[in-house]
Ligand binder design. Sequence first.
Ligand code: ADP
Ligand code: ADP
Ligand code: ZN
Length: 216
Amino acid sequence: MNVILFGPPGAGKGTQAQLLAKRYGIVHLSTGDMLRQAVASGSALGQTVQKIMAAGTLVPDDIMIELIAERIDAPDCANGFVLDGFPRTTPQAEALDAMLAEKGMSLDHVIWIEIDDAILVDRISGRFNCAECGAGFHDSFHRPKVEGVCDGCGAREFSRRKDDNAETVKARLEAYHEQTAPLLPYYRSKSIVETVDGSTQISDVAGRIETILEGV
Ligand code: ADP
Ligand code: ADP
Ligand code: ZN
């Protein structure tokens, strides 16, 4: 099963993608995570994208397309994947279609997590992740079951993203509305878009997505 989770920054794409990966045994492909790893490693790619990410604008399409093309080629993706943060522009969507067609693969679902901008700043300012396994949490909405301990792996170190500040969020929301939201009609024309209300609780959003994926 190949799924795209689509929505603005803070909508809950990463949270839901982690749940789907576990439930269906598919690979979670987060281009944001891939880029952050490149920045942390200090690679040439990391050096190129660091400032762009800090500003909250989009990394050029050719870089993103190459990054995802390489990743989708790996054997673990043959079993299915959930894309989180890609595609973000029309050229990225077209390139994805072309690479999947070449492999005889296709997209099964595009889930649009619909949510009001007003909610997103709170979501993003409270976000933190396990430094070990990447599991996502929130200061108010999704605290670890045991204070200070990751639910997923038991680690005690967490990290916050440098770009999760009010100023950068504004730029990221602008990029979403101008460059990413126009993808909806592109996928709508293929009749694979389903909309879920992203303002409800994490478990409710997850239930809604499962219903869609299981076709009931
Ligand atoms: P995205 O990947 O779309 O940017 P995340 O999944 O990282 O979004 O979610 C942003 C923040 O909001 C995280 O701290 C997450 O724990 C929290 N969150 C995600 N979904 C919900 C929800 N339905 N209700 C409340 N908080 C949520
Ligand atoms: P969020 O979860 O808040 O939506 P991401 O982690 O997906 O944010 O992305 C963080 C940053 O990485 C973006 O602001 C952008 O600079 C860059 N990025 C990630 N994916 C893409 C993409 N597909 N195209 C261009 N830039 C991207
Ligand atoms: Zn962890």
